[in-house]
Each structure stands twice: as C-alpha cells, then as structure tokens.
Design a protein around this ligand. Structure first.
Ligand SMILES: [Zn+2]
Length: 216
C-alpha cells in the first residue's frame, strides 16, 4: 500500500524521499548496468574542443534519441572510469549529464539530470571543501579546487519529469562539475592561472587511459 501511494504521488523514473529529492541510491548496480549495456561507448572530447566551451542546448524532446544518448553516456563513463559525464564530453550539444558517484558517507548514487540548474545555497550551507578534482576532458590532470561540500540541482529526468537531486562531499563536487560542463565551463577554468597551466602540463605529460577525440 505504501508503495502504491508513492507511485501515485510521483510519476518519475526514480522514487522521491519525503522532501521531494530523487532516491538515486537504490539498485545502483542494476540500473547502471542496464543503461551501459544498451549503449555504445564513445571517445571523450578534451579541452580545446569547441563543444566543451559553450553552453549546450536545452533538452526539449524526451524520447528514444535521448534514451540512446544517455545509454551511450553511461557506456562511455564506464569505459573512461568516470564518476560523472556531460553530453558535450562525447561531443553532443545537449544539456544532460549522468553520474555514478559516491558521497561523503561512501553511498553510491546513479542518475541522469537534464537541463540542470544549481540551487543557490544560503551562506550557512556553504562550507568549502578543497579536495582534488579531475576531469575526463583534461585527462591525467588533477588540481585542488575549493567548492561547497553540499549541492542541490533541479532539472528533469530522462522522461521529462521535474526532479531535485542533492549530494554531499565528492558527489556534491560532481553535481557542480557536471552542471558547469553544460554551461561551457571546465574545472580548470575555475583555477588560478598558474594551477590551470600546471593541470594542462600534467595532461600533456600523461597518455589518456581511454579513447579521446583528437583536437584539430
Ligand atoms: Zn569533467
């Protein structure tokens, strides 16, 4: 009975908790596998590719084409061993990202967000965390970057239902990083000139461990 009530309250792909946030922690293994196995892994675009440096277009159609894109993104994310992937990282100019990421408590989250918007946080929720960050589109590089250790994103699921996603720690970092991608920003754009240069040097010195799209 409780289950049926939940279904009636929310027609979305994932259940929601009592505050209206998606529950993206259940059956992570099964859901990630189902997505990835119906997708095709594609090479990753890297810094310098124009598709990464401009705002992506909104998702307006929530049909088979989007489903296939999301499946390809999960497949590509797995090949590259990423914890999050934005559509422009496989060369597609659409506002959608996927994630498979652990939070502060080591709890795994798997999900899809279309047309994400970062929720502005009150000052008392803005505790900065200056852990290392890396990006599949800047292969082989890492740099410390201060970001709030809690984040909320609003958007839509792959069927167009409105959703809210929240996360802590590394997962909060992931939600911010992936949303940035869809607005044309890489994490290295938030670094000091010197740290950015150092990240690009690291990238130049390390061979990517997954297929990438060569820049012209
Ligand atoms: Zn990235």
């Amino acid at each position: 009975m409780a289950q049926q009530d939940t279904d009636q309250q929310h027609a979305g792909v994932l259940p929601v908790d009592d505050e209206g946030y998606v529950v993206d922690t259940e059956d992570c293994e099964g859901r990630e596998k189902a997505w990835r196995e119906s997708g095709t892994s594609r090479p990753i675009t890297v810094v310098g590719n124009p598709v990464l440096h401009k705002e992506c277009r909104d998702v307006t159609e929530f049909g088979e084409e989007l489903r296939q894109l999301v499946a390809d993104m999960f497949a590509s994310q797995r090949t590259a061993e990423g914890v999050g992937l934005a559509a422009n990282q496989i060369g597609v100019d659409r506002k959608v990202f996927v994630y498979d990421c652990q939070d502060d408590e080591g709890v795994r989250h798997v999900g899809v967000v279309c047309n994400p918007k970062l929720v502005e946080l009150p000052a008392d929720k803005r505790r900065l965390d200056d852990n290392n960050e890396g990006c599949l589109s800047v292969p082989g590089a890492y740099a410390a970057l201060a970001r709030p250790d809690y984040a909320e994103v609003t958007g839509q699921d792959e069927q167009g239902n409105p959703i809210k996603v929240r996360g802590t720690g590394y997962f909060a970092r992931c939600l911010q990083h992936e949303t940035d991608h869809l607005y044309g920003y890489l994490y290295i754009d938030r670094l000091s000139k010197r740290d950015r240069k150092d990240a690009l040097r690291q990238m130049a010195e390390n061979e990517p461990r997954y297929p990438v799209v060569a820049n012209d």
